[in-house]
Write a protein that binds this ligand. Structure first.
Ligand code: PMP
Ligand code: GLN
Length: 389
């Protein structure tokens, strides 16, 4: 008998995440980390104060399984305020340990082994791991650069009579694509035709630029009843380590996900829940400023990347921008990201690791711009060495 492998077959491809690898590389080499997407400043003071107050006033035991009523109500009010969605906080909201757990529990709750999940590539890494955990199959549709468009025929062909879920992400990581209403309508039409549930990851909902609007697919006709909408506090309030997320949707769908969630983590982040509720109730300007500020950072980094000689693709949302490194003579993004700390003192993430079709994205690299201006200036400066060499 060969050496015993403890990890199950279905999890063999997922032994480490690219984000952990690149952050470790950045730390080891003292590089500027534009790989993993996390801000280097804290979010609104009101949240931090509310968390600290909750921590010192006894909110340290198990909160209720679905989440504290105050936070479920704040989620419902937020959806009403920004998207005119009617959500019942008692039956239609579930608080989770980050969006990550909301995604995993939705997929584990809804998919039988062999069921199919339609999603888009490049994809967020936890999607494929969660699909594999459920024993389901992924059917990916390519977002084609430079504009990350969808081919309508390819989208239709990804659906079958085994399609159970369409797993959507808008604004989209890693491309920065904000799906248009027309694209969402096409996806919705196919979901209805195949009686699929749409699980939509909207963690970057407030990080949208250039006057574009984020459209939750749940707002389209016939969709509220077949959609689980997911978001989290991490991006909206610059607290990625808090891991407070949520989902909302039809009561039966939320109840199914809750059945799984209770055995993954049971409940989530007691003292952080009231703080996130306070955050969701902040004035509109806080949400708008976030996008405006980040758009400026995007422009700053994009200009630096262009000066360095990369071919930079348009990004309208999220923390991220994708570049093609081929014009600088780098055809392999995985290799470039291994060497970038040594070449320029900057860390980034290769895009092909988020794709089944690795060839078409081979020379693409993702940079994060959710950093202080001086850090972005320093990174741009360092990257300008690449062309000179
Ligand atoms: N979805 C996407 C698209 C992400 O980029 C991330 C990373 N933050 C997550 C989900 C995970 O969110 P959370 O940290 O709330 O689990
Ligand atoms: N969402 C972040 C990114 O895409 C990282 C989250 C993680 O490290 N799992 O960079």
């Amino acid at each position: 008998m060969g050496e015993k492998r403890y990890l199950t077959e279905r999890m063999q491809p997922f032994t480490s995440t690219i984000f952990a690898e690149i952050t470790a590389l950045a730390t080891r080499t003292g590089s500027i980390n534009l790989g993993q997407g996390f801000p280097d400043t804290d979010g609104p003071r009101e949240l931090l104060d509310a968390a600290s107050t909750a921590l010192y006033s006894g909110a340290n035991q198990y909160p209720p399984g679905p989440g504290i009523p105050e936070l479920r109500t704040a989620v419902a009010e937020h959806q009403q305020r920004f998207y005119d969605l009617d959500v019942d906080p008692d039956t239609e909201v579930l608080i989770t340990t980050g969006a990550t757990e909301a995604i995993a529990s939705s997929i584990l709750a809804l998919c039988e082994p062999g069921d199919e999940v339609v999603t888009f590539e490049p994809y967020y890494d936890s999607y494929v791991a969660s699909i594999a955990l459920a024993g389901a199959e992924r059917r990916t549709v390519r977002l084609r650069h430079p504009r990350f468009d969808i081919d309508g025929d390819e989208l239709r062909a990804a659906f079958s009579d085994r399609t159970r879920i369409v797993l959507l992400n808008t604004p989209h990581n890693p491309t920065g694509k904000v799906f248009t209403r027309a694209e969402l309508e096409h996806i919705a039409e196919l979901a209805v035709e195949h009686d699929a549930v749409v699980v939509t990851d909207e963690v970057y909902e407030h990080l949208v630029f250039d006057g574009l609007s984020h459209v939750p697919i749940a707002t389209l006709p016939q969709m509220a009843d077949r959609t689980l909408t997911i978001s989290s506090a991490g991006k909206t309030f610059s607290v990625t380590g808090w891991k407070i997320g949520w989902m909302h949707g039809r009561a039966e769908l939320v109840a199914a996900a809750r059945a799984v969630k209770q055995f993954l983590t049971f409940v989530s982040g007691g003292p952080l829940q009231p703080a996130v509720a306070a955050g969701l109730r902040l004035g509109d300007e806080v949400f708008h400023d976030l996008g405006r500020n980040l758009q400026r950072k995007r422009d700053l980094l994009v200009a630096g990347l262009q000066r360095a000689g990369f071919d930079v693709f348009p990004t309208s949302g999220t923390y991220f921008v994708i570049v093609d490194a081929a014009p600088l003579g780098f055809d392999d993004g995985v290799e470039l990201c291994q060497r970038l700390p040594e070449l320029a003192g900057v860390a980034a993430v290769p895009v092909s690791v988020f794709c089944d079709d690795k060839e078409s994205t081979r020379s693409l690299v993702r940079f994060a711009f959710c950093k202080r201006d001086e850090v972005l200036h320093a990174a741009a400066d360092r990257l300008s060495r690449l062309g000179a060499g």
